[in-house]
Design a protein around this ligand. Sequence first.
Ligand code: ISJ
Length: 253
Amino acid sequence: MKKIRVGAVSYLNTKPLLYGIERSHNLPELELITGYPAKIAQQLIDDELDMGLVPVAIIPKLSQYFIKSKFCIGAVGEVATVCIFSEVPLEEVTEVMLDYQSRTSVKLAQVLLKKYWKLTPAFVPATEDFQTKIKGTTAAVVIGDRAFEQAKQSKYVYDLADAWVAYTGLPFVFAAWISNKPLPDEFWQRFDAANAQGFKHLNEIVAANDSPFYDLKTYYTENINYLLDDFKRKGLERFLVEIEELEKSPANL
Ligand SMILES: C=C(O[C@@H]1C=C(C(=O)O)C=C[C@H]1O)C(=O)O
């Protein structure tokens, strides 16, 4: 049987989606590979994966793409784990470090700083350990589980999903199940049925995962919004337009 190589983000926010996929007896051809978002994204671009829960910002880098699942990593308000963290108010920030694990949120931060906050800090690609460098007027975009702890340490926290909703009136999609080749409809159906399983076991998932800095039940039910409905697709289309515009007049990178 030909394997379908599926990549997924290794953060806590994907646990509800992966619960059923990891336990399913109905997806024998699926091979699951996990990693941080930028890594999974590159593997999909390089055709080392057939499908993945990848940052939507890489869509322009794919020669063809298909989004047939109704699940995603989205938000309709505060997401909690995608923020700009700073020691000073945003207006005083001179430099923003961009999380190396991210592809979507680092673009979202650039869109919002320019168009919503109308600020022009310099952007610096970050490498590992960049969180220790959030000091003075140097801020950072931090995503994923590491953002929970950072929120306890930083004086100023700007939630980027919340700002996107304020800017556009639309929800936001960080990552979606995207394939780089057509896959059978009946595979997507079995795949979505497996994705749905975890939502019947949220208490079990919360109990099985350590999260000392944030209540995971709140995270799974109030912050992350997993349904890729038409309204979210609208938010996604708008974001793709925004990043295309950004490419035309690049920020201060
Ligand atoms: C909400 C989040 O969304 C993530 C943000 C991503 C990005 O910025 O590229 C990619 C995948 C998502 O898992 C998060 O991880 O905190």
